[in-house]
Write a protein that binds this ligand. Sequence first.
Ligand SMILES: Cc1cc2nc3c(=O)[nH]c(=O)nc-3n(C[C@H](O)[C@H](O)[C@H](O)COP(=O)(O)OP(=O)(O)OC[C@H]3O[C@@H](n4cnc5c(N)ncnc54)[C@H](O)[C@@H]3O)c2cc1C
Length: 219
Amino acid sequence: MKYDYLIVGAGLAGSVMAERLASQLNKKVLVIEQRNHTGGNCHDYYDDAGILVHKYGPHYFRTNRKHVFEYLSQFTEWHHVYYRIKVMVDGKLVPLPINLDTVNALYGYNFSSDELKEFFDKHRTKITKITNSEDVIISKVGRDLYEKIYKAYTTKQWGLDPKDLDASVCGRVPVRTNRDSRYFTDKYQVMPKYGYHKMFEKILDHPNINIMLQTDSLK
Ligand SMILES: Cc1cc2nc3c(=O)[nH]c(=O)nc-3n(C[C@H](O)[C@H](O)[C@H](O)COP(=O)(O)OP(=O)(O)OC[C@H]3O[C@@H](n4cnc5c(N)ncnc54)[C@H](O)[C@@H]3O)c2cc1C
């Protein structure tokens, strides 16, 4: 087949671009992907016990944009979910993002929301120019909570010290002074009912799209 477009990478960006070119503009598209699967970092698979595993770390989908939700709904049904995450810190299971209950449980306080705001004000590090993920957190909650909750987790998750990560990475996780324990507050919070991989299969299932796996554009 002769192609109109070559797309490198079958993650969200490449797959959606391929689908749009194929279905809306009737273009012929070749997608090359260095890994042995599509889906990029969102890839998931069922293990031998039937457990759905997110190979590159947990991915939960959320958006406030109706058109994004409707677009992807062409390719999957959904589980509607709210993410409530607890982390084990100093032997205590506490909510993340940090909220009133997190601080009260960790330090044994009985703060109100206003008292928690004062606590953050007292402990935050004043930084005039925030340049990385460590800065963004210590400027909101102070170094102790940063060390307890963010540092090791972020380093494990991204394989980088938070100092070497853009401020937006940790900055997108809210810090709350109320008791809301939802991870995010977006209108649409969902997971593909049969996993991301099935969703990607459907996105890329078009006669104008061919995929070559295990093909590195740089080699
Ligand atoms: C641990 C972790 C957790 C995350 N959690 C969330 C989450 O919960 N919610 C959320 O919205 N986002 C999350 N993200 C971010 C999300 O994974 C990315 O925003 C999304 O995958 C970006 O899609 P992409 O297509 O731009 O890139 P990718 O998914 O990285 O896809 C790029 C693809 O290009 C391929 N590629 C690269 N170079 C070449 C080459 N030279 N030749 C051939 N192929 C190539 C790669 O193998 C890869 O498959 C998370 C990311 C990580 C790492």
